[in-house]
Design a protein around this ligand. Structure first.
Ligand SMILES: [Zn+2]
Length: 232
C-alpha cells in the first residue's frame, strides 16, 4: 500500500480496518514535516515510514496525537522526531500505561478487541509512552511556508480530542472526534456533537480528514453529522 495525495503538500497513508489502523497523515512544510497520529504499533509506524521513503520524503520531525486511544498512540514509542499531545491525552496515556503493567489487563484487551488482538498477536509487546511536548489548549507550528494550528475542542468521541488545521491548504484533521464514545457504551453526546458541528462550520476548510475513512469534503461531513443529530 502506498501514500495518497490530498494536495501537493499533504499526503496520507490509508486506514486499515483489519487491525483498526487509522489513517496517518503527512504534512510537508519547507522547514518541518508533521505527521498526524502515531499509529497502533511499531509495525504500523515502520510501514508508514517505508511508504514515505518510497516517495522520497523525509521522516516526520513532529507527530501530533489526536487522542489517547490505542490505535492512535501505541506506535508513539517508535516514531522519528518529537511527539506532541495535549495534557488530557497524556493523563489518559499515563493511566493506560499503569494498567498495562498488569498482564491480566493486557490479556483482557487482546480478547475484548479483536483488532488489537490481531495487531498484537504472538506476544508482540505493547509499549505506551507520553508525548515529548504537552500543550493545554492550542499550539501553532510554523512548518515553513505554512502553519499548522493544533487545538483541543469538545467532541462526543473522547475528552481529549485534538484537531489539526492547515489554513493554507484548507484541510482539517479530526481524528475520530465525530464518532460516539466507545469507552462509554457507544454513547453519542448530542450537546458535544452540536458543539463539534459548530466548530467545524467555523473553520475555512475544503477537506475534513477522519481517522478511519477516506477524506471527505466539509460539506459531506457536515451533511452526515446533521443527519445523525437526534430530533428532540
Ligand atoms: Zn478513537
Amino acid at each position: 500500500m502506498g501514500l495518497k495525495k490530498i494536495s501537493s503538500r499533504i499526503l496520507y497513508y490509508p486506514h486499515q480496518s483489519k487491525t483498526d489502523r487509522p489513517l496517518l497523515a503527512y504534512i510537508k512544510g519547507d522547514k518541518m514535516s508533521l505527521s498526524v497520529d502515531a499509529g497502533n504499533s511499531a509495525d504500523h509506524v515502520d510501514e508508514f515510514y517505508k511508504a514515505l521513503a518510497c516517495e522520497g520524503l523525509k521522516l516526520p520531525d513532529v507527530t501530533v496525537i489526536t487522542h489517547w486511544h490505542w490505535d492512535h498512540t501505541y506506535g508513539m514509542h517508535h516514531i522519528h522526531g518529537i511527539s506532541i499531545a495535549c495534557r488530557k491525552t497524556n493523563e489518559f496515556l499515563q493511566m493506560e500505561r499503569n494498567k498495562l503493567a498488569d498482564s491480566s489487563y493486557v490479556r483482557l484487551i487482546k480478547e475484548e478487541d479483536e483488532c488489537l488482538g490481531r495487531e498484537y498477536k504472538n506476544n508482540k509487546r505493547i509499549i505506551v509512552t507520553l508525548s515529548d511536548i504537552e500543550f493545554e489548549k492550542d499550539l501553532v507550528l510554523n512548518l515553513g511556508g505554512m502553519t499548522a494550528k493544533v487545538f483541543h475542542a469538545e467532541s462526543p468521541h473522547s475528552e481529549d480530542s485534538v484537531f489539526v488545521y492547515i489554513p493554507k491548504e484548507r484541510v482539517l484533521f479530526l481524528g475520530d472526534s465525530t464518532s460516539e464514545d466507545f469507552y462509554n457504551h457507544g454513547y453519542m453526546d448530542q450537546d458535544k456533537l452540536h458543539s463539534l458541528i459548530k466548530m467545524i462550520e467555523s473553520i475555512d476548510c475544503q477537506y475534513c480528514i477522519l481517522g478511519h475513512s477516506e477524506p471527505l469534503t466539509k460539506y459531506d461531513l457536515l451533511s452526515y453529522l446533521q443527519s445523525i443529530i437526534s430530533e428532540e
